[in-house]
Design a protein around this ligand. Structure first.
Ligand SMILES: [Zn+2]
Length: 426
């Protein structure tokens, strides 16, 4: 067995990585591959909704693993273990979220599960971890403050390197659709931001804007890893690039794809739908890889020459219009996000993957259909906002009533999140 030594970009630890892969035809996709989630949850003062003080939030870190090195000082992160059974993964997430809700309540705080700061731009930075180090060295705290944007990250593990690359390539093509359907950060500066995912707008201000790597179709695992190793040894900019640009990225040290393209998924039905969808989706992409079949047209372009441009324009549309945004098919036709998503749901439903009894697909389906029928969560938040504040005296800078309405919507979202999380599953 041939291996190569790589260095973890955060800890600096060295690890051995396997270079040998199976020929595609011999690869057997794992129907119950392990998945884990990381959800960044921002805490706010119950009265003012100002970001919770960093020292109060860090006092948590002695008791539990709530560290969130890549997020704002008022943000906690729930990381679940890797699970084969998605029902167990959801149960762990729910238990930890409920613990955090109780803790927050005792400290006069709320969880407002929006993916970007809705009221003011944050200036307080987390005082530990590797991002502040990079920020000091490379970007400066002002740029760092803009990078604060939270997501629900799903890690999907595949043990074979070439298969992992194939999964990454497939998921990159769908990333804008997922971003549009799960957009949930429509406010900034205490008024509507004019977009449905302000988090992705924030990201655009950084380096290459969070766009994923474009890999040549022919690249093999060994070649990819050798180039990865070369980048890793080149210096401190690699971890910066890696951390700030990765809305979807490969993690060779964990043999997983990190899918961080969605805003925070606050509704447990949407989260269950997302997990069940991605499990079946990953399996089906890997079946196509094994059988050397191309993926359906609505996956979007797989030609590296146009992939980047197609990705960017679809992302822009997803950011502005959510589920009503337009993506680009492989045959270069425009398609509404919700229609492509609907095809995707149908495609994974037909996937010949054994059902996961801990989270049967039929029980996760209503969360997905809800998104197709009613649009991204951001659209509902905006609807609430305009019901509370039908006319604005000064929409460009935002009026004092904008602020009151945004706070009201945030409170409602926070209460709804707490209620749904505390409901016993099923
Ligand atoms: Zn207003």
């Amino acid at each position: 067995m041939r291996t190569i030594q790589l260095r973890n970009h955060k800890s600096g630890q060295l690890y051995d990585l396997r270079l040998d892969t199976l020929p595609a035809a011999q690869f057997v996709p794992d129907a119950h591959a392990t998945q884990g989630i990381e959800v960044e949850l921002p805490l706010r003062h119950a009265d003012t909704l100002a970001p919770a003080p960093g020292d109060v939030v860090s006092s948590l870190f002695g008791a539990e693993e709530w560290r969130s090195e890549e997020a704002a000082a008022n943000t906690c992160e729930i990381k679940t273990g890797p699970y084969r059974k998605l029902g167990e993964l959801l149960a762990e997430y729910r238990a930890r979220a409920c613990w955090l809700l109780d803790w927050a309540e005792q400290h006069g705080l709320l969880i407002v599960p929006l993916a970007a700061e809705p009221l003011e731009l944050l200036t307080e930075v987390s005082s530990y971890g590797f991002i502040p180090k990079i920020a000091d060295a490379k970007y400066g705290a002002a740029v760092l403050a803009r990078s604060y944007a939270d997501c629900t990250q799903l890690n999907i593990h595949v043990a074979d390197g070439d298969a992992l690359l194939a999964l990454f390539r497939g998921l990159v093509r769908l990333a804008p659709i997922l971003a549009g359907m799960f957009a949930s950060s429509p406010f900034a500066g205490a008024k509507p931001a004019g977009v449905q995912s302000f988090r992705h707008v924030v990201r655009r201000g950084l380096a290459n804007g969070g766009d994923p790597e474009v890999l040549p179709k022919t690249v093999r695992w060994e070649e990819y890893i050798v180039s990865h190793q070369a980048l890793t040894v080149l210096g401190p900019w690699f971890p910066a690039l890696f951390a700030l640009n990765g809305m979807i990225r490969l993690r060779p040290d964990r043999m997983c794809v990190e899918l961080g393209v969605t805003d925070i998924i606050a509704d447990p039905c949407h989260l269950a739908g997302y997990l069940a969808l991605c499990r079946r989706l990953a399996y089906r992409i890997l079946l196509h890889y094994r059988d050397s079949e191309s993926l359906p047209d609505w996956f979007g372009p797989d030609d590296p020459a146009i992939q980047d441009a197609a990705f960017r324009s679809a992302m822009l549309s997803a950011v502005r219009l959510g589920a009503d945004g337009l993506c680009c098919t492989q045959s270069m036709k425009a398609m509404r996000m919700a229609d492509a998503f609907s095809e995707l749901v149908r495609w994974v439903k037909e996937s010949p993957v054994p059902d996961d009894p801990s989270l049967p697909f039929d029980s996760a389906l209503p969360g997905l259909i809800d998104l197709i029928d009613h649009g991204a969560p951001a659209q509902r938040l905006l609807k609430q906002f305009y019901e509370l504040h039908p006319t604005c005296s000064d929409p460009r800078p935002g009026c004092p009533s904008c602020r009151i309405a945004v706070i009201e919507v945030c409170r409602h979202l926070s209460a709804e999140f707490a209620t749904q999380m505390r409901k016993s599953p099923g």
